[in-house]
Write a protein that binds this ligand. Structure first.
Ligand code: NPW
Ligand code: K
Length: 493
């Protein structure tokens, strides 16, 4: 599992560690890791041209010390100071190693092989300042590899928000711990490939992270495994209330997901029973209302529902309920809060904005805050879909989960219906809402990657590169393979 911590927690851990170490030791560790990562990216350090963008704080200090190390190995290193001050000891180290201050920053950038962004790290506030903007653009246009020190300058470390311009890095070398902005969009998209350098903070960070990203082994531990004694009721029956005369396909897709989520049986309730049975004869169908459908361990309600009633009926049950899509439009926060059993809401950014009474752009710009706010307001677990899907628990101290397997190919009609069915099925199989949501999102993303790759390259194991458009049905059909990947794999993801 990868974990991310807020700036205040990272600073407290750093302070505790610094008190035990000689002056400057921590920065030297950081700079050594940074220089090693740069050397790896350059391939050949001797003769390489490196430009350091240096802000007024310790982030600039890291860049200067790393630059000194590269200069000692024969790189031509020049520094461009962008703040009112510069880290004096770092600058002295660079000059002593044969580096220099760039006489003409733009000329230096035009020739650079690698640019180190040391403008701001965890001390940055707001986007880049105006004087930095043309320099950062020149760095980007030079074709040099851009490596961000700790964080891309201009992004918000704690929220992942990007106000104004920020550095677009090819890689980020971060120290001690991931920060939320490195894992959550929009900031994540500025960070490139993120590498963590251990500076010894382990044991000094809080027990609960701000954010968690599961990996294969974590998801494998969550997935239900039927025992020898299991029958369909013990494995869980998931009830799917979805589809309408207008949108029968949503019912079929939600059932497709539910059949691959580990529940022992899928009970479909609604007007699209014929379409569902034609594709999946193993489904139990009932015309409705949900209260008369028979035994169910978890409900999914909403995909393609239109204005069909049923939400109140389902919310009145004492089983866990997942509410998606059209179900979210009619949702009463008081009814959700009053439920004794857990509720899981799965909005995309537009639906989340409607629930919060704000604009979609606001939710997309501040996904982490939006998902926590929704979970608190509704007293429900919330899965916010999107480029980086997030899962928040209603209790404020519990880490938000961020899904690492997402892919833009999932932005396809009906893929959300598959995710609802799959996640509801995991709920019925007995997973806690936060685990069901994060395992569901993980498998769904992995399935989409597999399906997209198979479309481009024929059947077989998923290759790393290359992909083709995919349909929601293909995502559902790739779920068993994703499930096997997770159970067979180590800690990837
Ligand atoms: N602590 C540790 O043990 C270790 C820390 N380490 C490193 O230190 C970094 C944190 O250093 P830090 O605290 O000096 O903050 P930092 O990010 O350099 O910013 C400083 C100054 O920038 C300015 N500024 C603010 N916003 C701005 C903007 N938008 N655009 C431009 N400038 C802006 C503002 O100063 P102002 O110009 O307002 O006077 C602010 O005070 C951390 O990320 C890691 O790299 C590692 O070495 C490991 C050990
Ligand atoms: K930086």
């Amino acid at each position: 599992m990868r974990t991310a911590y807020r700036v205040q927690d990272v600073r407290a851990a750093e302070a505790a560690l610094m008190a035990r170490l000689p002056e400057g030791a921590l920065m030297r560790r950081a700079a050594a890791g940074l220089a090693a990562a740069c050397a790896g990216l350059l391939g050949r350090v001797y003769g390489a041209r490196v430009v350091l963008l240096v802000g007024s704080g310790d982030n600039g200090g890291d860049a200067l010390y790393a630059g000194a190390r590269l200069a000692r190995r024969g790189a031509g290193v020049s520094a461009v100071a962008l703040g009112g001050r510069v880290h004096e000891a770092g600058l002295a180290a660079l000059l002593a190693a044969g580096g220099r201050v760039a006489a003409d920053p733009h000329a230096a950038l035009a020739r650079a092989d690698l640019v180190l962004d040391g403008i701001t790290g965890i001390g940055g506030r707001g986007g880049l300042r105006p004087e930095a903007v043309p320099v950062v653009r020149a760095a980007r246009e030079s074709g040099a590899v851009v490596v961000a020190v700790d964080l891309p300058s201009g992004v918000d470390a704690d929220t992942g928000a990007v106000e104004g311009e920020a550095v677009r890095a090819d890689a980020t070398v971060t120290f001690g711990a991931y920060k939320p902005g490195l894992l959550v969009d929009p900031a994540r998209a500025y960070a490139g490939a993120v590498r963590l350098v251990d500076i010894g903070l382990g044991g000094l960070l809080p027990a609960a992270a701000e954010l968690e990203a599961l990996q294969h082994a974590d998801v494998a531990r969550l997935l239900p495994v039927p025992g020898a004694e299991s029958d369909k009721y013990r494995r869980g029956v998931v009830g799917v209330v979805a589809g309408s005369a207008r949108y029968p396909g949503a019912a079929v897709l939600a059932v497709a997901g539910a059949l691959r989520g580990g529940a022992g049986a899928v009970r479909y309730v609604g007007p699209a029973g014929g379409a569902v049975l034609a594709r999946y004869p193993e489904t139990l169908v009932h015309p409705g209302p949900p209260g008369g459908a028979g035994r169910v361990q978890a409900w999914v309600i909403g995909p393609g529902l239109g204005d069909t009633p049923g939400v109140d009926d389902v919310l009145a049950s004492d089983a866990p309920v997942l509410v998606d899509a059209d179900g979210l439009r009619l949702l009463d926060p008081a009814a959700v809060r009053a439920r004794p059993a857990p509720t899981l809401l799965t909005p995309h950014a537009g639906e989340a904005a409607a629930l919060l009474g704000t604009a979609r752009d606001e939710v997309e710009a501040r996904r982490l805050e939006a998902v926590r706010e929704l979970a608190g307001r509704y007293g429900a677990t919330v899965l916010l879909k999107g480029s980086t899907t997030l899962v928040a628990d209603p209790s404020p101290g519990v880490p938000v989960r961020v899904n690492p397997t997402g892919t833009p190919w999932l932005a396809t009609a009906g893929s959300g219906d598959v995710l609802s069915g799959l996640t509801g099925s995991l709920l019925a199989a007995g997973l806690a809402p936060r685990d069901a949501a994060s395992a569901g999102a993980y498998l769904h993303g992995l399935a989409a990657r597999r399906a997209a790759a198979r479309g481009a390259h024929g059947a077989g194991p998923a290759p790393a590169a290359g992909a083709a458009p995919l349909t929601a049905h293909e995502v559902a059909e790739a779920l068993p393979g994703a499930w096997r990947d997770v159970q067979g794999g180590g800690g990837r993801g």
